[in-house]
Design a protein. Sequence first.
Length: 294
Amino acid sequence: MSEPAVTPSPGAPAYPVVRGLPGPARARVMAVINVTPDSFSDGGSFEEPDDAIRHGLTLLAAGADILDVGGESTRPGAARVTADEEWRRVEPVVSALVAAGAVVSIDTMRATTAAKAIAAGARIVNDVSGGLADPDMVPLVASAEVPYVVMHWRGPSSDMQARAVYGDVVAEVCAELQERFDAVVEGGVHPDRVILDPGLGFAKTGAHNWTLLAHLDALVGLGRPVLIGASRKSFLGSLLQVAAAEPRPVCERDAATAAVTAIAAHAGVWGVRVHEVAANADAVRVAAAVRNAG
């Protein structure tokens, strides 16, 4: 998709840039491709490689800037799969989408999976553990010299919600993200390649998620590119109840997701991670027009 030039007004803050990832003057749209049977939103829908590849090409045509391919669910309570199974799921999808010209991100907590995906052409590593799940991940990313998404993480999916305890969620998430940033940079990752993700829904209640979104300025104020992943998550379903105590179904949360995208993009985040692309691609462009108009 061609991108019209956007000239910021005098004094308007520019959108952040990540070393190794040229891009437009707006928030990037990272599209989710779950090659899993058990992801919370679309588990099983794209479990077969051919289905996942077709879906990825559709997302690319709809305006996705990045395709984020994952073979292991990180929904609350999810059990881990083996490294061999994770790679079996994602390998044909990563290879085909790279061949199609897509900028591919590998969504994994394992250095072995990340290394194989990078060798197959993936250009970004998206690690929900921020390097805490696998001690080999940070050295691998440093040596590969690829952009690295470092998410706020307090523990594995199996028990992460028990860790959703904060005195001041904004201050603590910012401090813990800063700590991880410092650690990965000390481990050899170039600071200009690090993207921070507050991890909405990971060891956080709905109230915590809303508070973080209300204080995006604090996250952006850390001085690093920020990725926001609110797409279809349970706190949106709880807000938009269809009946008493009955959350809106997952597949009916895309309009709310696009609303969050517009807010986040206007706040100056580097990118948004979403399941549906078209409306979110429109939202980041609208946000950039307003933001750059000053």
